[in-house]
Design a protein around this ligand. Structure first.
Ligand code: ADP
Ligand code: MG
Length: 722
């Protein structure tokens, strides 16, 4: 029993040591420490990584604003932050595990303590048992030596063995209990081991995760490094390029600098001269106001002197000009006097459709190519030549005609009275010459236009007013064509101021300032004009139409006043009554016309032959134009003729009238005597039916001798030209 007990004890001791080694409390602690150290290391590594990451982020942030990797980087950073979060969680888990391990370690320590206690108890028990065993052995030995005693002792031993047996039983039960305890401890240990295994597993997992994160971090780091590398390369490349560019530029700048230096070197002398110039200019500028003042003073003096000189020369020139003007006027008057105050022009109209066709409409008038004052008329097979002051062929334009009369018109501005008559048979072109057409105006409109422009030209010194009156003489009655009552007969009266001037009370005067005004006046006059048709020409007029233009001027510097009158007269048709087949009132009309035309001829004759008495009062026409026909007045007779064969008789009459008017001027006294007689219209042609009518002149009745000499001269003329 003892042996087995001993063996059991040994066994138990071994078991205890095994358990102790197996328990591994220190191992777990070691393991935990290892883990903690590992943990610490990882933590530090992570910190370093974070620091690196921060550094990288800081580096990246600035230069990589527009970097294409920025987005990737952001993704990586997000990943990183997630990883960090996960690491954080893992760390928390680790802390939890640490705590658990701590708790378990504590519990393990407790268990160990209890185990130690139970082991100590066991040792004590063993000690006690072994002591009793020794005691028992000693007793046995003594008993052996003392058989009596031994027997007793055996008996005691036997007795005591029972006790030992009981104690053994107790010990066994105690051992049982302890074994149970050990079993329980083993269970606890197993559980703890399992727990440890689990925590190791989670740790391994965490480690794997950490490794993964690390790998991820590594990768991100690598990527980042790569990117940084690439960026670095780019940067280096850019720097290199910039550097090379800068070098080139630098070189150019150096070259420029060299050029500038040389320029500077060359400019220095220029600068010196410039400075010198500048200084001298400065001096000049300083002195300039004074110089200017002086120059101005002298210039002013010079200018005022020059002005004075100009003034005096102007005065002198004005004086000379006035003298010249008077001289010119004198010369002009002399010229006009030499040319004759009365001039006679002839104008031949072209053959028109109204002349019809055939021999009747043949042309009977020809001209002299070398002399524009001569024309030839083929009458009854004989060519008669006529010499006037000027002859206008059919192709002569209105303008050409006007050019010849414009000197007369302008003399009106100088204060002369002018009369322009259109004489001729009906249809010979009188109205065409005087009035013209709208597209091609005649003398009337052109004269007024010329007056306007002349007056405008003199406007600096003169004030002019131009007024217009229009009248007609029909059957020896004077009517105002511009008045309110055109049928009213006007009277010609002597001015009451005793000047001997005539005037027509009630004759309307319109002030005109423009061509439009004239056109209105003409239109107005036209409507009121009394016209009647004869069978010669339905447009012919049986009245004399007068346009009286008065030009009044005031020389502002001298106060001199001038008044000139321009009388433009479209006479009634000069055809003889017999030819027009008129009777009754037509005959009376014709007689009146005849009378007034004869009276006009008489007056012109008397004027040109400078007779003492001029029979102005023989007709309304001459009486009205008295002051425009006498004195310094100028007269133009435009004799209109038709070139048609059928009109040759009237053409002959008209041309004879014209030549007679003109021929008066040729005559010195003898001529005057020769042409002293002025026959009536009917006397102008020998074969006229009215040739027996008495002469229309009331004064200076011609002697028979004079008459015969006049007709002889006409005859002579006819013969020479025919
Ligand atoms: P009058 O007034 O002498 O009776 P007009 O002036 O009425 O004659 O002329 C008669 C016709 O002859 C008109 O149709 C006119 O246009 C025309 N006529 C007159 N003279 C000319 C001319 N020089 N050129 C063209 N046609 C003319
Ligand atoms: Mg007419």
């Amino acid at each position: 029993q003892v042996e087995t007990l001993k063996a059991k004890l040994l066994e138990q001791a071994q078991e205890i040591s095994r358990l102790r080694s197996e328990q591994g409390g220190t191992d777990a602690e070691k393991h935990r420490d290892l883990l903690a150290a590992e943990n610490e290391r990882l933590r530090q590594e992570m910190k370093a990584c974070e620091g690196e990451l921060r550094e990288l982020q800081r580096q990246q942030q600035a230069p990589c604003r527009d970097c294409p990797h920025l987005q990737e980087n952001a993704g990586l950073q997000e990943q990183l932050s997630q990883l960090q979060r996960e690491a954080e969680e893992t760390r928390a888990k680790l802390v939890e595990l640490d705590l658990e391990v701590q708790q378990k370690t504590n519990r393990l320590a407790e268990v160990e303590l209890r185990l130690k206690d139970s082991l100590a108890e066991r040792a004590e028990e063993e000690e006690r048992l072994s002591r009793r065993l020794r005691d028992s052995q000693e007793t046995i030995a003594s008993l052996k030596s003392q058989p009596q005693q031994i027997k007793y002792i055996i008996k005691t031993v036997e007795v005591e063995s029972a006790k030992v047996k009981q104690a053994l039983c107790e010990t066994q039960s105690r051992n049982q209990y302890l074994q149970e305890q050990v079993g329980m401890q083993k269970q606890v240990l197993k559980e703890m081991e399992q727990q440890l295994q689990r925590s190791q597993k989670t740790e391994a997992q965490l480690r794997a995760q950490i490794m993964m994160y690390e790998a991820e971090l590594e990768r991100a780091h690598g990527q980042m490094l790569e990117e940084m590398q690439a960026m670095e390369e780019e940067k280096n490349h850019a720097i290199e390029e910039a550097f090379s560019r800068a070098q080139v530029e630098m070189k150019a700048v150096h070259e420029n600098l060299a050029g500038v230096r040389t320029n500077l070197l060359t400019l220095q002398p220029a600068l010196r001269t410039l400075t010198h110039d500048y200084n001298s200019l400065k001096r000049q500028v300083r002195d300039f106001p004074q110089l200017l003042q002086e120059a101005l003073r002298s210039a002013r003096a010079e200018i005022s002197q020059a002005i004075e000189e100009v003034h005096s020369t102007n005065r002198e020139l004005l004086r000379k000009y006035r003298r010249e003007l008077q001289l010119r006027k004198k010369c002009h008057n002399e010229l006009v006097r030499l040319k004759g105050n009365i001039r006679v022009f002839g104008r031949v109209r072209p053959i028109t459709k109204e002349d019809g066709e055939g021999p009747e409409a043949a042309n009977a008038v020809t001209f002299d190519a070398d002399d524009d004052a001569v024309l030839y008329l083929l009458h009854k097979g004989k060519q008669v030549s006529f010499e006037l002051d000027k002859v206008f062929p059919p192709q002569a334009s209105q303008e050409e005609v006007f050019q010849e009369v414009q000197a007369l018109v302008t003399s009106c501005i100088d204060g002369y009275n002018v009369c322009i008559f259109a004489y001729g048979q009906t249809g010979a072109g009188k109205t065409y010459t005087m009035e013209g057409t709208a597209a091609n105006p005649g003398i009337n409109q052109r004269a007024l236009q010329l007056l306007f422009s002349e007056v405008r030209g003199k406007a600096a010194d003169w004030d002019y007013t131009i007024t217009v009156s229009a009248a007609e003489i029909y059957n020896e009655a004077l009517r105002d064509l511009l008045g309110k009552e055109p049928q009213e007969k006007l009277e010609i009266k002597l001015c009451p101021d005793g000047s001997g001037q005539l005037y027509v009370p009630g004759l309307t005067e319109f002030r005109v300032q423009s061509v439009e005004d004239i056109n209105k006046v003409f239109e107005f006059g036209h409507i009121k004009r009394v016209t009647e048709c004869t069978n010669l020409n339905e447009h012919s007029s049986r009245s004399h139409a007068l346009l009286i233009v008065t030009v009044r001027g005031l020389d502002r510097s001298t106060g001199l006043r001038t008044t000139g009158k321009l009388n433009l007269v479209d006479l009634a048709g000069s055809e003889r009554v017999g030819r027009s087949g008129a009777e009754g009132s037509r005959l009376r009309e014709a007689q009146h016309i005849n009378k007034s035309l004869s009276a006009l001829g008489d007056v012109i004759y008397a004027l040109r032959s400078r007779q003492g008495h001029v029979p102005f009062r023989n007709s309304k026409l001459t009486y009205l134009l008295q002051d425009s026909l006498s004195g310094d007045s100028k007269t133009l007779m435009m004799v209109q003729v038709s070139p048609a064969e059928k009109n040759t008789s009237e053409t002959l009459c008209s041309l004879k009238f014209a030549e007679r008017v003109r021929s008066v001027e040729l005559g010195p006294v003898s001529r005057k005597a020769e042409l002293a007689s002025w026959p009536s219209q009917e006397h102008l042609e020998g074969d006229s039916p009215g040739s027996t009518a008495p002469p229309g002149r009331g004064h200076s009745s011609p002697s028979p001798g004079q008459l015969s000499s006049r007709s002889a001269s006409i005859r002579r003329k006819l013969q020479t030209s025919g």
